[in-house]
Design a protein around this ligand. Structure first.
Ligand code: DLL
Length: 440
């Protein structure tokens, strides 16, 4: 266990508001946001369809009368069809992390940007950040919300930022050695990658001055936390967010490290059965659905995250009164996030369909043998093309490999299998086996 201890600190009084006050604030803000989006053509149409009038919200439970918003809705309203303010009021635009599929854009006013910085500051302070610290940000800076979100959060706390950005691992290690930052901020897999790289260079990653780290942006497990903590000799905190809702800062762990506090004065979270869309009980896994209460540029009503997690409403020992969410256990749709890139099985299918000699029978296996995700695509060769001539099979293999890379941007291991060897299903076909969902 690392020697460093994180003291229990709360950045913003709003995090520890009495529950009754918080609920009253939420109701007030919910009414406001419903009135604001009623002018956005997309919501105007959805409200008209469902018979929602601005006075539909009388209690917090009335949120269940409102329509859902999905990623597909954002795609269909690309680029900025869901804006609730004139374009001149925008201060920033970001996008979804996916380099594949159609990009979705999100926008911020200056007020949104300030809110966002404050929300990131909250979980950073909850997990150790102090004004005297230097925080090394190894998230990508760009359309992805990770780099900029955390950057401004650190500045908001008054700490120093080292905007190393992602990639160039040798340089990351040099900076970690030469500047001795107190905290590292990146995806959990990249943290392990840095540690692994250092060790391979004969550098002990436990000897960096790092005290703690904030990790998010992808699924990870308790086992991974233990590994990161021991390999880097730090305390590792989890934080969660998604660009559509604001970016990082939707929720994050406190010093107690028992679930991520949802920033409920800015978001209403619901946990629903992804099939019936009915609420599930506390502590039961369901799909998280968020309504943004304060966002000005692009407020979203009941945004379906597809992330599967559970909610714990019990007050936390840290003094915050907000509900805590568990780790994300998986996704209700079939989108895979491979090394931070969104991948849909349908894209693999698309690639296979473009290569002669394959069948649409395939199986995607995802694993994380070391620190990085690996993907293997097993492809059935058609009877006609099946041959015991190595060179023919190699040619087919290479063609599939190239196609998958061109369409998805991801390098996958391709394995050709004999005709009729991939199990057929009478119902939905099993396309993906994700070995990463191990424990915790
Ligand atoms: O990943 C925002 C973010 C950046 C959060 C940095 C935390 C730190 P997107 O690129 O839109 O936004 O991807 C959002 O990533 O729906 C989850 O599936 C996944 N995700 C984000 N944080 C976590 C986490 C950012 N702590 C998608 N645990 C979300 C598990 C996470 N999954």
């Amino acid at each position: 266990m690392p020697e460093f201890r994180v003291e229990n600190r709360i950045h913003d009084k709003a995090e520890a508001m009495p529950r009754s006050e918080l609920n009253a604030l939420q109701l007030h803000r919910l009414k406001e946001v419903v009135a604001r989006v009623a002018e956005v053509p997309f919501y105007k149409a959805a409200f008209a369809r469902d018979g929602i009038t601005p006075d539909a919200i009388r209690t917090l439970d009335d949120i269940r009368r409102l329509p859902f918003t999905t990623k597909e809705d954002l795609r269909q309203n690309y680029p900025l069809g869901l804006l609730a303010v004139p374009r001149e009021k925008l201060a920033r635009i970001h996008g979804s992390s996916g380099t594949t599929g159609k990009l979705t854009l999100v926008a911020y006013t200056a007020e949104d940007r300030a809110t966002w910085a404050n929300l990131c500051a909250r979980f950073l302070v909850g997990g150790g950040l102090q004004p005297s610290h230097l925080a090394h940000v190894a998230f990508g800076y760009g359309l992805f919300t990770g780099g900029f979100g955390l950057h401004y959060g650190i500045e908001r706390v008054g700490a120093a930022v080292l905007p190393a950005a992602s990639g160039n691992t040798a340089r990351q290690i040099m900076l970690l050695q030469d500047l001795a930052p107190d905290a590292i901020i990146c995806t959990p897999s990249y943290a392990l990658n840095i540690a692994d790289y250092a060790r391979r260079q004969g550098i002990d990653p436990r000897a960096f001055a790092l005290k703690y780290g904030h990790f998010g942006g992808e699924m990870w497990t308790e086992d991974m936390r233990t590994q990161i903590e021991s390999e880097l000799n730090i305390i590792a905190f989890n934080n969660y967010g998604l660009s559509e809702v604001i970016g990082p800062g939707v929720s994050g762990e406190c010093a107690v490290q028992n679930g991520m506090h949802v920033q409920e004065d800015h978001f209403i979270v619901e946990c629903l059965d992804p099939v019936t869309m009915e609420p599930v009980d506390d502590y039961t896994y369901g799909e998280l659905v968020f309504t943004t209460l304060t966002k000005q540029a692009m407020p979203l009503i009941r945004y379906r995250t597809r992330d599967i997690a559970a909610l714990d409403p019990c007050p936390c020992a840290c003094g915050r009164t907000t509900v805590r969410m568990s780790r994300v256990k998986g996704r209700s749709d079939d989108m895979l996030i491979i090394r931070g890139v969104n991948l849909f099985p349908s894209q693999i299918e698309e690639a296979l369909l473009q290569v002669e000699g394959t069948t649409p029978h395939y199986l995607i296996e995802v694993s994380r043998p070391g620190t990085l995700d690996e993907i293997t695509v097993k492809v059935e060769v058609s009877q006609e093309s099946f041959s015991d001539k190595m060179s023919d099979m190699q040619r087919l293999h290479d063609a599939i490999d190239r196609r998958i890379q061109a369409i998805t941007g991801i390098h996958a291991r391709v394995e050709l299998v004999a005709p009729q060897t991939i199990e057929r299903s009478a119902g939905k076909a099993l396309r993906v086996i994700d070995h990463r969902k191990l424990t915790g």
